[in-house]
Design a protein around this ligand. Structure first.
Ligand code: PLP
Length: 397
C-alpha cells in the first residue's frame, strides 16, 4: 500500500537530494537537436552540450533513410531478435558495424547500456577476472556487477597500476581489461596501445567502450584502434548509435567471432529485450554509407575542437588537454561552475557545469562538446561569451 510511511520516506529522500544541490532538472527543448536549438522559454541558444559530435542528429539524409525503412519494413518488430525480430536490415547493420571497426562480427542492442550490461556475465565465470579502469561508465560497472568474475580496478589510464592488477589476477583462468575509449569528463583517450601490449604480456583480453570515441577519434573516426593503429587487436568493442552515429538509440558489441556468437546465445539484454526498429536501423546503415564516403565531418570536428581549445587557452582559461571533442574548462569551484553555466545561458550558450560527485572534489568544470554542426561563428560566439562571463566572475583577467 502506498501509505503515508512510504510517501514520507521518499519525500525525505528527495528533499535530501535537493538540499545537497544534486536534484536534476530537465531543460525543455522544442526544436530538433542541433548547433542552434530553441528552448520552451522561446530562447534560442547555441548548444555545446550534446553528444551530437558529427552533427547527424537532424541529418536530412538520415531522416530520409529512416522514412524509407519505415515505408518498406514497418514501424516496429514486436519481437526479440531470435523469435521474429530479425530483418535483413539488422543483419546488414551488424555487418556494417564490423566492417567499420575491422572486426569479425557484431551484435545489436537497444542501447550501449545493454551491450555493457550483457557482455560479461555470458563470457566469464568466477574463475575469471575483470580489470576495469576506475573511471569507466556506469553501464560497465553494472555489467561487471552482474557477472561472477573477480573484480579489479586500476587508476584512470595508469599503466603501472594496471600491470600490478594483472599480476594480482594471474591465477584467474581468463583476464579481461576493460576501458572507455574516451573518458567523458576529461576528454582524454585511454592508452589502448599500451593496454594491448600489457594484455599480450599477461595473456589478457581487451574490451574498449567506444561510445564517446567512435565516429570522433582517429582520422576517419574509426575510434581508438585507428588512433593507435591497432585495428583488429582489441577483442571486444562496445558502442552506441546514440552519440556521434545519429544520436537516436541503439548499441552494439563487435569483436571476435566466437565471443559475439556466444553473446547471441546467452546475453540477456539481447535475448530478452526488443529488436531495434527498422527506422533506426535503416538510418544507421545510411550513416555508415556516409562514413565510408568521406571523412569531412571528422575533419570539421577536429578543426572545430582545435580552434576552440586554442582560442580559450589564449584567453587564459585552464583547459584539460583533450584528444576528443570534449573540452573541460576547469573552474575548480562547484558554485562557480553553476553560476558560470547559468550566465552563459543568459548569453545564449548552453553548456553544463559539473561538480562533485560527477567529477572529483575541487575539480568542478564546464564541459564543452564540439560538433561538426558548429560553424566558426558559433564557436566565436561561445568564446566571446566565455570571455565576457570569465572576466565578470574573475576567472580570467
Ligand atoms: C553514453 C555511454 C553509454 C550508454 O550508451 P547508450 O547507448 O546511451 O545506452 C555507455 N558507455 C559509455 C562510455 C557512454 O559514454
Amino acid at each position: 500500500m502506498y501509505s503515508e510511511r512510504v510517501r514520507e520516506h521518499f519525500r525525505k529522500e528527495l528533499d535530501s537530494i535537493r538540499e545537497a544541490g544534486l536534484f536534476k532538472e530537465e531543460r525543455i527543448i522544442t526544436s530538433p537537436q542541433g548547433a542552434e536549438i530553441t528552448l520552451n522559454t522561446g530562447q534560442k541558444v547555441l548548444n555545446f552540450c550534446a553528444n551530437n559530435y558529427l552533427g547527424l542528429s537532424n541529418s536530412p539524409e538520415l531522416i530520409q533513410a529512416a522514412k524509407e525503412a519505415m515505408d518498406t519494413r514497418g514501424f516496429g518488430m514486436s519481437s526479440v531478435r531470435f523469435i521474429c525480430g530479425t530483418q535483413d536490415l539488422h543483419k546488414e547493420l551488424e555487418y556494417r558495424i564490423s566492417k567499420f571497426f575491422g572486426t569479425d562480427d557484431a551484435i545489436l542492442y537497444a542501447a550501449c547500456f545493454d551491450a555493457n550490461g550483457g557482455i560479461f556475465e555470458p563470457l566469464l565465470t568466477d574463475q575469471d577476472a575483470i580489470i576495469s579502469d576506475q573511471l569507466n561508465h556506469a553501464s560497465i560497472i553494472d555489467g561487471v556487477r552482474l557477472s561472477k568474475a573477480q573484480r579489479f580496478r586500476y587508476r584512470n589510464g595508469d599503466m603501472q597500476d594496471l600491470e600490478e592488477k594483472l599480476k594480482e589476477a594471474a591465477s584467474a583462468r581468463f583476464r579481461i581489461i576493460v576501458t572507455d575509449g574516451v573518458f567523458s569528463m576529461d576528454g582524454n583517450v585511454a592508452p589502448v596501445d599500451e593496454i594491448v601490449k600489457l594484455a599480450e604480456k599477461y595473456d589478457a583480453l581487451v574490451m574498449v567502450d567506444e561510445s564517446h570515441s567512435a565516429g570522433v577519434v582517429g582520422k576517419t573516426g574509426r575510434g581508438v584502434t585507428e588512433l593507435f593503429d591497432i585495428r583488429g587487436q582489441v577483442d571486444l568493442i562496445t558502442g552506441t548509435l546514440g552519440k556521434a552515429f545519429g544520436g537516436a538509440i541503439g548499441g552494439f558489441t563487435t569483436g571476435r567471432k566466437e565471443l559475439i556468437e556466444m553473446l547471441r546465445q546467452r546475453s540477456r539484454p539481447y535475448l530478452f529485450s526488443n529488436s531495434l526498429p527498422p527506422s533506426v536501423v535503416g538510418a544507421a546503415i545510411k550513416m555508415f554509407d556516409m562514413m565510408d564516403q568521406t571523412a569531412e565531418l571528422q575533419e570539421k570536428l577536429h578543426s572545430n575542437t582545435d580552434y576552440f581549445m586554442e582560442k580559450m587557452t589564449k584567453l587564459g582559461f585552464d583547459l584539460k588537454p583533450t584528444q576528443s571533442a570534449i573540452c573541460a574548462v576547469m573552474l575548480y569551484d562547484a558554485k562557480l561552475s553553476q553560476d558560470f553555466a547559468a550566465r552563459l545561458l543568459d548569453e545564449g550558450i548552453y553548456v553544463i557545469g559539473f561538480y562533485y560527485p560527477v567529477v572529483p572534489k575541487g575539480e568542478a568544470r564546464i564541459r564543452v562538446q564540439l560538433s561538426a554542426a558548429h560553424e566558426k561563428e558559433h564557436i566565436d560566439k561561445a568564446v566571446e561569451a566565455f570571455e565576457k562571463v570569465g572576466k565578470e566572475l574573475g576567472v580570467i583577467k
